[in-house]
Write a protein that binds this ligand. Structure first.
Ligand code: NAG
Ligand code: NAG
Ligand code: NAG
Ligand code: NAG
Ligand code: NAG
Ligand code: NAG
Ligand code: NAG
Length: 608
């Protein structure tokens, strides 16, 4: 009996020595706490902020390891009513790792707080300064698990299972994780994203963005850089609301102070109070200077994803204005996301004649040219997108300049082909519509054109590849992030490339323009495959658009390019080829947008 009870009490005496003595020990130097699911007692901290659901406390005896956060979130609203900012308290609690989805990174927190004792009040609370006078986040890489390539094979590993040691000087996620629950001030922040309906928006402080900054004050996705230096600003802790009309590049009132947390797959800063805009760039997107001269010497080509356009869309007048006055009424326009004549009503209607003629009429009355149109109706409900909307690609063309060459439209089941004499079998016609690559996706539309005098032929392919649905966030658990639909886009790119090489095998000097919404960046696998197999070149490369100015879309913190123009050598080698991305949508507030994509316009010579 005696030896046994002695052994037990010895063990009992040893237990307190493994209890964490400080907040940094609870956090540890990895993503997950070494004390996960353990009860802890007598934890001491300074209250730095409170919310309706809990409080944030910072260690009063910090360690010297930059990887371990000195702060922690205490979840439980009973605490917030008993303490004030500036109190030093001790409490007991339970170490929990919380996330609301398996796709997200966990937040370390103390739950079930009890035994809260205020030991002193009115202490000084100083935020950690982030910016040129303080700490600056890493600018390119997000996680050591990405193996240096944020665009590498998605979900090769997960933060939650690998739980790597934090390297806050090297990796963006590690940097923000090392500040979990910390009160920080971001100096001179500016918006690099567009708020969602809750007013959550992305910012950077006055730190380096390492060459990714564009002229508008945003940051651009580059081949090796998805901008880990930006942070999402979430809901203010005092219950006030952030503005929802912030624009790209807006300055946000000097400094913003708040708490760093992790929620919904992102590191976020919860400001003490709402953001306000102090300075906004009033320079609007200017109209392109590219203009057709009505001859083969200068044909202008527009490309525009018009975001589920139907005859009743509120955005239709704005889109018509963009085409007439900002794209200068291009000779031909590649449209994506044209819905059928009754929009998202799922009743078997597939014609888009009314959608296209309503748009053409509005362009004309907005001062643009008279456009004719051509498209092929999809099989009802088979091409993805908003249910019942039957989105498809379509062309508008200025019939005073160009015409379809020997029109002979194919059906939605007939595959276009190149005939022995080099002409298209169908004009216009779809590329291999029965191929599995196009399941639930838009079929590319090929058309052959000539100037109205019957000479100067060229061929266009209008594409809208599979969407990125199913992607995980840049700061999610899956490393590298999952690029939803990428395999499908690669298959689709190969099918289109097969068609362009068939055309080029038949006529090596074929003038081919492939354009539209590729739903992908030029430097990821689907478009690398397309560039290498299609025989076409990226027009942005031909005209040398600066890398940071290549964007048509604003997603999370990144200005990025989903819309591209690829041309054959017969066009790229001619003098005078030009191109503009016209930022009518990325530069305005959400409510002012005509679409979620910017249009692009190019000028090419198509003379025989
Ligand atoms: C705490 O939350 C509970 C349940 O959500 C609520 O009933 C209570 O009023 C809250 N107390 C405070 C002080 O906010
Ligand atoms: C990533 O892989 C893990 C482990 O196989 C799996 O549990 C998880 O569902 C995957 N996540 C995604 C988004 O594919
Ligand atoms: C405003 O935007 C224009 C166009 O992008 C840019 O050239 C200019 O530098 C911006 N002005 C400021 C103050 O950032
Ligand atoms: C912003 O914060 C920095 C660092 O704490 C400080 O030096 C500066 O005065 C603050 N600026 C404003 C406008 O409050
Ligand atoms: C749509 O317009 C085309 C000509 O552009 C015409 O051939 C076709 O019959 C029209 N379809 C419907 C359903 O009105
Ligand atoms: C173009 O549209 C006009 C007006 O609707 C029509 O008169 C003309 O026949 C059309 N031309 C072609 C080539 O479809
Ligand atoms: C390429 O297209 C031709 C028809 O034009 C077809 O016979 C061939 O199988 C296709 N090749 C691939 C790899 O899809």
């Amino acid at each position: 009996m005696k030896p046994l009870s002695l052994a037990l009490s010895t063990t009992a005496l040893l237990i307190p020595s493994v209890f964490p003595k400080s907040i940094s020990e609870i956090n540890g130097n990895r993503f997950l706490s070494p004390y996960q699911d353990k009860d802890v007692s007598n934890i001491k901290g300074l209250v730095t902020a409170t919310s309706s659901k809990g409080i944030y406390i910072r260690s009063t005896n910090p360690d010297s390891d930059p990887a371990t956060s000195e702060s922690i979130y205490v979840y439980g609203n009973s605490t917030s009513s008993d303490v004030s900012v500036g109190d030093i308290i001790t409490l007991d609690g339970h170490v929990s790792e919380y996330r609301s989805s398996d796709d997200y990174v966990y937040l370390t927190e103390l739950t079930k707080p009890s035994g809260v004792k205020v030991t002193s009040g009115g202490n000084d609370v100083k935020p950690v300064v982030l910016g040129k006078d303080g700490l600056s986040p890493p600018t390119k890489q997000f996680s050591s698990l990405d193996d240096g390539n944020i665009f590498g094979t998605g979900n090769s590993s997960q933060i939650s299972s690998s739980n790597p040691v934090l390297q806050p000087d090297k990796y963006g996620m590690d940097f923000w994780e090392s500040l979990s629950a910390e009160l920080v001030t971001v100096t001179n922040p500016r918006a690099v994203g567009k708020p969602n309906k809750y007013g959550d928006t992305w910012i950077v402080g006055d730190w380096s963005v390492n060459g990714a900054g564009n002229e508008r004050g945003g940051v651009t996705t580059l081949p090796d850089d998805a901008n880990s230096e930006a942070i999402l600003v979430g809901s203010p802790l005092d219950g006030s609301k952030n503005p929802t009309d912030t624009k790209l590049g807006d300055y946000l009132g000097g400094n913003v102070t708040g708490i760093i947390t992790q929620a919904y797959g992102y590191y976020a800063l919860l400001p003490l109070t709402a953001l306000s805009v102090s300075e906004s760039n009033s320079t609007a997107a200017s109209a392109t200077t590219l203009a057709s001269d009505g001859t083969c010497k200068a044909i202008t080509v527009g490309s525009y994803n018009v975001n589920n356009l139907s005859p009743d869309s509120d955005t239709l007048p704005k889109i018509a204005d963009h085409i007439a006055n900002y794209l200068n009424g291009p000779s031909i326009i590649f449209l994506q996301e044209i819905q059928d004549d009754d929009g998202s009503k799922d009743d078997g209607v597939i014609s888009a004649n009314k959608t296209l003629s309503t748009l053409a009429d509005k362009i004309k009355s907005s001062g643009g040219p008279s456009y004719n149109f051509t498209n092929i109706n999809p099989v009802n409900d088979k091409d993805g997108g908003q249910p019942g909307g039957n989105i498809r690609v379509a062309y508008l063309y200025d019939s005073s300049i160009i015409q379809l060459r020997n029109p002979n439209p194919g059906s939605n089941k007939e595959a276009n082909d190149v005939l022995p004499d080099g002409e298209l079998k169908y004009n216009p016609g779809l590329i291999d519509p029965g191929n599995d690559a196009w399941d639930d996706s838009r079929k590319p539309l090929v058309a052959a054109w000539e100037t109205v005098d019957g000479t100067n032929q060229f061929v266009t392919i209008n594409v809208h590849l599979m969407s990125k649905l199913g992607s995980t966030s840049l700061e999610g658990d899956a490393r590298p992030p999952v690029n939803g639909g990428a395999d499908k886009r690669t298959e689709q790119a190969k099918v289109i490339a097969n068609f362009t090489t068939t055309l080029l095998d038949s006529s090596p000097n074929a003038k081919i323009i492939t354009s539209g919404d590729f739903n992908e960046f030029a430097f990821t696998e689907p478009l690398e495959v397309f560039a290498s197999e299609s025989g076409l070149v990226d027009l942005d490369d031909v005209v040398n658009t600066p890398a940071t100015e290549r964007y048509t879309y604003l997603y999370e913190q990144n200005c990025q390019q989903l819309d591209h123009i690829y041309v054959s050598e017969a066009l790229s080698k001619k003098d005078g080829v030009k191109m503009d991305h016209v930022h009518v949508n990325t530069w305005v507030s959400y409510d002012e947008q005509g679409s979620d994509h910017d249009p692009t316009v190019a000028l090419v010579e198509v003379c025989d």
